[in-house]
Design a protein around this ligand. Structure first.
Ligand code: SF4
Length: 348
C-alpha cells in the first residue's frame, strides 16, 4: 500500500496524530488545535497563512510536510435539482468523486473514503474499477470542506456513501469524521455524520465502541445469503447471521437506530421470497429501511423495480412493524446518484 504521508503530507494525520506530532516537537497541545483550524476550518493552502502559529514551528513543519489541497478536475451541475458532482485530483494522480446535495434547509455532502473500491458489488460502477488506494484523513475532510466552499454555505450533513468501503479504511475515516465534527474543523454534529458500510462486521463492532454518536447505515440489498453473495462478493466473510447479530449488539450498546439500505432490482431483490427474508431480517431490529430505486449503470445486468412494487414493499414492511421509506434519488442526470459514481471514470 502506498505511503500516505508521502502523498498527503500533513493531511495524513488525524486529530490525535497531530497532537502526538506537536508534542514530539515540544509544543503545547493547543498548537494542534490551531493547525486543525487553519487546515480545515479556514482551508489554508500554505503554512505562511497560519499567522498565529510561531514562524519557527511553521518552518519545522514545512521542512517535513507538504500541505496539499485536492485539485478540482471536473464539476457537473444537475439541471433537475441543483445537485453537484465533483471530480478531485490528489497528489499522486488518484481521482475521487464527491457529491453536494442542496435543499433549502440543508447541504449534504456525499464523500469518498477510498480511491476506487475493492468490494466488487455487481450493481456499482465504482466496484467495477477495483481499489486503487485508501484515502488519507485530510483527503477525506477536504472533499466535504471544498464542496461547502463551492456552495458558499455551511455543510449540515456528510455521508460516507461515495467511492470506497469506509470500514476498509477505518482509522482514516474515524480521524476524518472527528475533524468534520470538531469545532476547530467543520463543526458538523456527530449525528449528522453517517458511515455507510456494505456490512463489514468487525467495523460495526469497532464503531459501537466509539464515543461519538456517528450514524450507521448498512447496505443490505438482499437478506437471502446466496443473492447477497452474488451481489456483494466482497462481504462474503461476514454472513447475514453475523451481520444481524452485530446490528443487535450495536443498537444495544449505542441505543442508536441503524439504516438498512436496500436497492430494488427487478426480479432480483424485489421478489416475494426476497421481501419475506427482508421482513424477517428487519423484524425486531432498531432500524429503518431505506428502499433505493436502482439507478441506470452502464453495462449493468440489473434494472429497477417498478414504483408500484416499491410502494407495496413499504406496506409489507410496515405490516411487520418495520418503518421504511423510498429514497428520492437526486442528480441522476449527472450520474451522481447512488451506485453511479465513477461510471464515467472507470479505468482512469
Ligand atoms: S457499493 Fe460501495 S462497497 Fe460496493 S463496490 Fe460500490 S463503493 Fe464499494
Amino acid at each position: 500500500m502506498t505511503n500516505l504521508s508521502t502523498i498527503a503530507g500533513i493531511k495524513a494525520f488525524g486529530p490525535s496524530g497531530l497532537e502526538r506530532l506537536i508534542s514530539e516537537l515540544g509544543e503545547p497541545r493547543y498548537r494542534a488545535h490551531q493547525i486543525v483550524r487553519w487546515l480545515y476550518g479556514k482551508g489554508a493552502g500554505s503554512w505562511d497563512e497560519m499567522t498565529d502559529v510561531p514562524a519557527s514551528l511553521r518552518q519545522r513543519l514545512s521542512d517535513r510536510y507538504t500541505l496539499p489541497v485536492p485539485t478540482l478536475l471536473d464539476r457537473q451541475v444537475s439541471a433537475v435539482d441543483g445537485t453537484r458532482k465533483y471530480l478531485w485530483g490528489l497528489g499522486d494522480g488518484a481521482t475521487v468523486e464527491s457529491v453536494g446535495l442542496p435543499t433549502p434547509e440543508r447541504l449534504t455532502v456525499c464523500f469518498s473514503t477510498q480511491a476506487g473500491c475493492g468490494m466488487g458489488c455487481s450493481f456499482c460502477a465504482t466496484g467495477a474499477g477495483g481499489l486503487k488506494r485508501n484515502l488519507a484523513v485530510g483527503e477525506i475532510v477536504d472533499q466535504v470542506r471544498l464542496v461547502g466552499e463551492d456552495f458558499g454555505s455551511r455543510v449540515s450533513n456528510a455521508v460516507a456513501m461515495g467511492q470506497g468501503e469506509p470500514f476498509a479504511n477505518y482509522d482514516a475515516v474515524m480521524g476524518a469524521l472527528r475533524l468534520m465534527n470538531s469545532p476547530d474543523g467543520l463543526g458538523i454534529g456527530a449525528r449528522h455524520l453517517t458511515v455507510s458500510t456494505c456490512g463489514l462486521v468487525p467495523g460495526i463492532q469497532r464503531l459501537s465502541g466509539e464515543p461519538e454518536q456517528f450514524t450507521l447505515a448498512i447496505s443490505l440489498h438482499s437478506a437471502v445469503q446466496e443473492t447477497r453473495d452474488e451481489l456483494m462478493p466482497g462481504v462474503k466473510a461476514s454472513d447475514l447471521h453475523q451481520l444481524r447479530a452485530a446490528i443487535v449488539d450495536y443498537t444495544a450498546a449505542t441505543g442508536r437506530r441503524v439504516s438498512l439500505e436496500y436497492a430494488l432490482m427487478a426480479g432480483v431483490t424485489d421478489t416475494p421470497k426476497q421481501i419475506d427474508s427482508l421482513r424477517n431480517f428487519a423484524r425486531g431490529l432498531l432500524c429503518h429501511v431505506n428502499l433505493i430505486p436502482l439507478n441506470p449503470v452502464a453495462h449493468s445486468r440489473h434494472s429497477p423495480a417498478s414504483t408500484k412494487r416499491a410502494a407495496e414493499i413499504v406496506r409489507l414492511l410496515d405490516k411487520s412493524g418495520t418503518e421504511a421509506t423510498i429514497r428520492t434519488e437526486r442528480g441522476a442526470d449527472i450520474d451522481a446518484a447512488c451506485g453511479q459514481l465513477s461510471q464515467k471514470h472507470v479505468g482512469n
